[in-house]
Design a protein around this ligand. Structure first.
Ligand SMILES: Cc1cc2nc3c(=O)[nH]c(=O)nc-3n(C[C@H](O)[C@H](O)[C@H](O)COP(=O)(O)OP(=O)(O)OC[C@H]3O[C@@H](n4cnc5c(N)ncnc54)[C@H](O)[C@@H]3O)c2cc1C
Length: 502
């Protein structure tokens, strides 16, 4: 039996991000992944929203993604484009980048951090006791961990074995997605009809002046809605014949499809785990929530779950914080995904085509062309408005910390660079040395700096300049100072554990 402090099941985007976060915190973490390598059948998610790019920037790895993707205005609601180029962020855009490439970048990062990954190994069950979890693998091996995290996707075995409910809504729409070659030249682009939404495009593309320009050659990515929802379940394995029939039903031809590299089915089944934790077992990503891909929020929400959970789990494993800190993971992240599920169901309804829904869509489109509704919805879709309820107070409290250009005694510094190693930061913008956090100095970095710019948050606009800010490793603000130290010791204890005795 091999021991680790934390075992993660699944090396998808969520599991990889969580492994990176735990490794940065110095935790002995390992991943178990059924796939033999990081190759992904099909391309799945098409990119990243602004907040996820910020999250990667907080760890110093955003450039790896930006270098490979296509920067574009990707935020939208039911395919109604929402421009965020005037948003107060260093990344007022999204990134077109297929999931297989996102995963490879994350896997390289996790590899650089030295996380062991048991590849080609499948978890078949587990048993938890008061001190840890025994994890069974299909090949007869066993692992033991203090905590087990199921990042094993929508059909999560960990969720089922933990007996955690997955309430929600059965599918009403079923789509096939495939990468294929075609004998005939297809009509590329999006089509709507009585059956639903369909799209044909090449896997390789560029964005020029906001327009997607497909390469002249290469595999075609097909997304076609089926006439019927015959398959209950998140996905099931479809055949070339089913794809051909679905294409003929919509386009009158299957364009001579051949040599598929992938064909899969997805639906608008919408479900969420009723609890994100059962004692020593936690869930994150698709294991905790599934929904239709419209709006492109699934992978993004999973990566952000991981960034919320990672530092908390690390502190509990290291004994710096009590186990109750883990309850805040459910309290903070369950409402975020619940909102994603609601907005996705609303978008799915708007994608239907009949005269009445078309009229409703026109009305929503007109509303979203107005500045305030556009900002609100764009902030929701890009993840820039996420607010954890940490009580009343300054508007920054519980929200994402902006990436300020600071001036320190050692020269200029971007705030996000202070978060690269995933440690909390107390940023003092008042009198240097005026805050004393000696009992937490082993855990919290303290920085004296000056900032002369404005304080602007997405949607909310300008907020009062604080004199100090306590920033959690996930980039959310845990305490805001107004020239006094009032409440700081409580916030430090809540989030980073009790004070060390002098
Ligand atoms: C067509 C489509 C388009 C999408 N577009 C977008 C988009 O544009 N933007 C977006 O944000 N999201 C999008 N999504 C959603 C996105 O793909 C998922 O939300 C994302 O993959 C979830 O990541 P995850 O790591 O939680 O789970 P997964 O990616 O499902 O990873 C789970 C991993 O666990 C492994 N595993 C499972 N069971 C076991 C086991 N028992 N033992 C060992 N390993 C196991 C699997 O092999 C897999 O590698 C799209 C999805 C689809 C289907």
């Amino acid at each position: 039996m091999t021991n680790h402090a934390v075992v993660i099941v699944g090396a998808g985007p969520t599991g990889l991000m969580l492994a990176g976060e735990l490794a940065l915190a110095g935790v002995d973490v390992a991943i178990v992944e059924r796939r033999a390598n990081q190759d992904l059948v099909g391309s799945r998610a098409g990119g990243l929203h602004a907040r996820t790019i910020e999250v990667f920037d907080q760890r110093g790895i955003a450039d790896r993604f930006l270098a490979q993707g296509q920067v574009a205005q990707v935020a939208g609601f039911a395919s109604i484009r929402l421009d965020i180029s005037d948003f107060p962020t260093r990344h007022p855009y999204g990134l077109g980048l297929w999931q297989n490439r996102i995963e490879r970048i994350l896997a390289d990062w996790v590899g650089d951090l030295g996380v062991p990954t048991y590849r080609g190994r499948e978890v078949t069950g587990f048993a938890q006791d008061d001190t840890g979890v025994d994890i069974d693998l299909a090949d007869g091996h066993r692992l033991r961990a203090e905590y087990l995290v199921g990042c094993d996707g929508g059909r999560s075995l960990i969720r089922k074995a933990a007996g955690i409910g997955f309430p929600g809504w059965d599918p009403t729409i079923s789509c096939l997605i495939a990468e294929v070659e075609m004998v005939d030249e297809p009509e590329l682009g999006i089509r709507h009809d009585g059956i639903g939404i369909h799209a044909l495009g090449r896997v390789e593309y560029e964005v020029r002046d906001g327009e997607v320009i497909y390469k002249d050659q290469g595999p075609i990515r097909v997304m076609v809605t089926e006439r019927r929802v015959g398959h209950v379940g998140h996905t099931s394995e479809p055949t070339v014949r089913e794809l051909s029939e679905a294409l003929i039903a919509v386009y009158g031809t299957d364009y001579g499809i051949h040599d598929p590299t992938s064909i899969s089915r997805f639906t608008d089944m919408t479900r969420q785990a009723s609890a994100y934790r059962d004692r020593r077992v936690l869930l994150a990503g698709d294991a905790a929530h599934v929904h239709f891909p419209v709006g492109g929020q699934g992978l993004n929400t999973g990566v952000q779950d991981a960034v919320n959970l990672g530092w908390k789990l690390a502190q509990v494993v290291k004994g710096t914080s009590p186990e109750s800190l883990l309850d805040t993971y459910h309290t903070e992240r369950h409402p975020v995904a619940a909102r994603v599920l609601r907005n996705t169901m609303a978008q799915t309804a708007l994608l239907r085509r009949d005269d009445r829904i078309n009229a409703l869509r026109d009305a929503v489109s007109e509303l979203l062309s107005m500045d305030e509704p556009r900002k609100r919805f764009a902030a929701m879709m890009s993840g820039l408005d996420i607010h954890y309820d940490l009580g009343a107070g300054h508007k920054l409290l519980g929200r994402r910390m902006p990436d300020l250009d600071l001036l320190t005694a050692n020269g200029p510094l971007r705030l996000f660079t202070l978060l690269h190693d995933a440690r909390p930061v107390l940023l003092n913008l008042g009198e240097p040395g005026s805050l004393d956090i000696t009992p937490w100095a082993d855990r919290v970095q303290q920085i004296d700096a000056r900032y002369t710019g404005s304080w602007e948050l997405p949607v909310l606009g300008e907020v009062t300049a604080p004199s100090a800010v306590l920033i959690r490793p996930d980039g959310h603000v845990a305490w805001v100072g107004d020239l006094t130290q009032q409440g700081l010791a409580d916030a430090l204890t809540t989030w980073f554990g009790p004070p060390t005795a002098a």
